[in-house]
Design a binder for this molecule. Sequence first.
Ligand code: NAD
Ligand code: DAU
Length: 360
Amino acid sequence: MKNVLVTGGAGFIGSNFVRYLLTHEPNVHVYNLDALTYAGSLENLRDLPDPNRHTFLHGNICDQALVERVFRDYEIDLVVHFAAESHVDRSIFEPDAFIQTNVFGTFSLLEAAKRAWLDRSPPSSEVRFHHISTDEVFGSLHPDDPPFREDTPYAPNSPYAASKAASDHLVRAYGHTYGLPYTLTNCSNNYGPYQFPEKLIPLMILNALEGKFLPVYGDGKQVRDWLYVEDHCEAILLVLRQAPLGESYNIGGGNQPTNLEIVESLCDILDEVVPNSPHKPHRRLIRFVADRPGHDRRYAMDITKISTQLGWKPKHTLAEGLLATVQWYLENEEWVEAIRQRGDFKAWMQQNYAQRGERP
Ligand code: NAD
Ligand code: DAU
């Protein structure tokens, strides 16, 4: 593991992973290729532990020539592919970018890896393409269904999930057909520092701090399996170090709260940590709004494989992770304010609420 190409490393999980990797792998150099869409920011990469071992490359993964140049110029031997359009609501209103980045972008990276590593004599050894995927490719569970396993059939429901499923299939196909050395991880809902506040947890924290209403979709009884982002980073690094090629692993937090329970917990934490807030009790800000079309009811991950084979399990409980997350958003006002002021964020919030017949 020497020259690591991280795609999407200026986004939420990618930036946490870059920080984690530089901290735990003293001999790697990270080449961070990111298009800096609305979801990416160089502010997410401040205070890297060893910035000399990090090179930021501003560019689009769909740009085949650029991606090939990156492989060649920096002698990439490991890819950790995070770059994606990641927000389900946006994929419902505007799916185009999801197909472009998640499907064609992954294809472009796979082609570049194949040309750089396999179309030569002898083919490169000690190389790996690691693809970051999601539990959403498995579809939705009924209340009494067992959790998703690695061999659960794919049944993606949203344009986002379908585009991620397509990218997973492409990765497997490149492994099967061309012998591309790959591993793949499917993870559940992440939360923690640097998450863009269009997603449930940071949106609720920031709205509550401003006394804005807290929009809970439908009846709020949908269930997600929440994982603190640092635990996800730890699992990925373990897979990179120890997992046999051609394997996929499910990663999850092992908890099953409803969305409403998550929002209520955040309100209660805020009541405690901001005792003088004029918006207390924050639970009164909760408002049920129109549901997300095609909304998946329940996700849950069976993490037996990664636990037994690699010895991983999450370190943070949900209560610890939520408290740490609230504290991070309270302590990083500048980061939060910069996002609040961005025109593209304001425009999205207006569009999203308008679709639900609401105003922010
Ligand atoms: P994010 O939206 O916060 O970040 C995505 C990053 O990718 C941004 O920095 C963006 O600028 C970059 N990007 C987007 N399109 C690009 C392109 N065409 N070329 C180069 N860079 C581009 O996403 P995230 O939540 O950090 O998710 C990262 C990955 O993890 C995604 O593949 C996502 O599907 C997967 N995942 C996310 C979660 C979650 O809960 N957030 C859970 C499981 C899996
Ligand atoms: O499961 C993994 C997936 O988790 C990742 O692959 C995605 O990239 C990531 O965005 C996330 O998808 P979700 O749709 O589950 O996350 P989101 O934070 O958008 O929503 C979580 C739940 O909360 C979901 O049931 C919808 C609901 N919700 C969301 C928002 C933004 C609300 O009730 N109100 C809201 O305002």
